[in-house]
Every structure is written in structure tokens, then in C-alpha cells.
Design a protein around this ligand. Sequence first.
Ligand code: C5P
Length: 289
Amino acid sequence: MTTIEQKAYAKLNLTLDVLGKRPDGYHDIQSVMQLISLCDDVSLDVGTGEDWKLTCDQAGIPTDGTNLAWKAAGLFYQNMGKDPQGITIRLTKRIPAQAGLGGGSADAAAVLLALNRHEGSPFSQVELLKLAEKLGSDVPFLLAGGTKMAEGRGEVLSALPTMPQCFYLVVKPDFSVSTPALYQAIDQAPEVYHPQTNAMVQALQKGDLLEVAGYLGNSFEPLVAAEHGEILAIRTVMEDCGALGSAMTGSGSAVFGIFDAFDMAAMASMQLMERNQTFLARNIEEGEV
Ligand code: C5P
């Protein structure tokens, strides 16, 4: 039996534009995505000689074959055509669930990366991304990391200039949002907000953090903020503490602020931690995954 460890990093959507519904029921999106240092720990015992097992330090996370990390291991060995002779997956969760941070998808991406390394790279990066795509729309980005443009349903990735160095404060309020329900709600909305993706890309090309922070935006945010005053309240505290910009990530409910000074991010965290979960984070670049 071999034990392997892998960090599973969270993502932020610096921009998220929902372009429209597709015939297959998914939505076309355009999103500037960033991997951040907020992470789960994934540990795998391969070749246990026992039944497959998954354990998690947090209640409410499925510990059977419905967990995306378990599915990732199944898909990996099915495509490799090998029986690993028993696997135990241990998840240590820090990324909050139903937050728009890609928590479950990050664990699945980490399993693919760890198993590919363990088995001596039977799959190329392109093949691994194809497996990732079968597991969920965000899994390919979480596997690739860095700063990327995600299009299609999220699986079509292209390179972007690296996000300038900064500090993120990620705040998860005490309510959650269902992603499918929110995609349905946006189809009924009389108007959809579209962030300025091209301007964001230009800001990244200039490497100008202040400008990047000025172009954060998310098509889902007005829908969630209309129902939950916490979104604007959290953003106001962050900006009063000196955030250069702030926005909701993914389908929420987590909100993030971008800071150029750690002490300002820490001050905002202190003010928000009584009523919310708060996390300080930095960029994770492509080679760091
Ligand atoms: O791909 P994933 O399984 O993560 O998506 C979860 C749900 O979110 C989908 O079943 C779909 O309802 C919605 N979704 C969508 N368009 C996307 C991504 C997700 O409609 N681009």
C-alpha cells in the first residue's frame, strides 16, 4: 500500500459572465479564474486490499461513491484499465461547501493529479483535462490552476497573464446557494448583468492590480444580493478597510476582496469573522499545483 498526499486549492471567479443557455441544458460562460491558497488536504491510500472507503473530517459531505473525489478515482482507474486493489480517500476540508469556491471539484482535481503522479503519468495533461471535464465544469480549471480564461461551460481554458501578487480575504456568510437553482433563476431574470471581461484581460496584460480589482464582476451577484443583504454588507466592510475591489465568486455565497496590504485584509477579517467564516489567501500559480 502507498499513501499519497495532494493539496486541493480553491478558485475565485474574478469575472463570471453567464452568456446564455445551451441546448444541452448547461450555460455558456466566460470567466477569468484564479487559483488561491485556501485548500483542502487530500490523502489517498492506494492498494489497501480492502473495499473502497472515503472519510472526511466534516459532517454533511458524502462519504460514498457519490463524492466527486471517489468518482475521480473510479474514472481514473477505469480509463487506465487497472484495478488499484482498494483505495481509501481522506479529505481534510477547509474550503466551505456551496460557496462558489469549487470545493468538491478541487478535491476531484487533486485525486486525478495525485493518482497520475503515483502511477507514473499514464495520462498526458490534455488527457487528464478530458477526464476532469467528465467530472464537472470547474474540474479542468482546478487541475490546470494559475490565472485562466474559462469558456464553454467552463472547460475550455486559455492562458492569461499571471495575476499580480495580492492578498485575498474570502468570506463565507451563513447561507448557501444551489448552483443549478441559480442557473435556473438567471434564465428567468428580466436583465442579466455582464462584467467587462475584455477590460479585465487588458488590466491583467498591464499587470495593474488596482485596475484588475476595478473590473471584478459576476452575473449571479445581483440575483443573490437581492435576496441576501449580507453580500453588500460584507463588501462594504472590506472596502471600508481598504480593499481595492470586491465581488461574489461563482454562484456564491462567498465574497472576496482584493488587498495590496496584508494588514488591511487582516483587519477586515477581524471585523467579519464573528458572523462569517473568513480566510486569508494568496495566488497559486500554475507550476505550484
Ligand atoms: O458541471 P457541474 O456538474 O459542476 O454543474 C452543476 C450544475 O450547474 C449543472 O447541472 C447545471 O445545472 C449548472 N451549470 C450550468 N452551466 C454551466 C455550469 C453549470 O448550467 N456552465
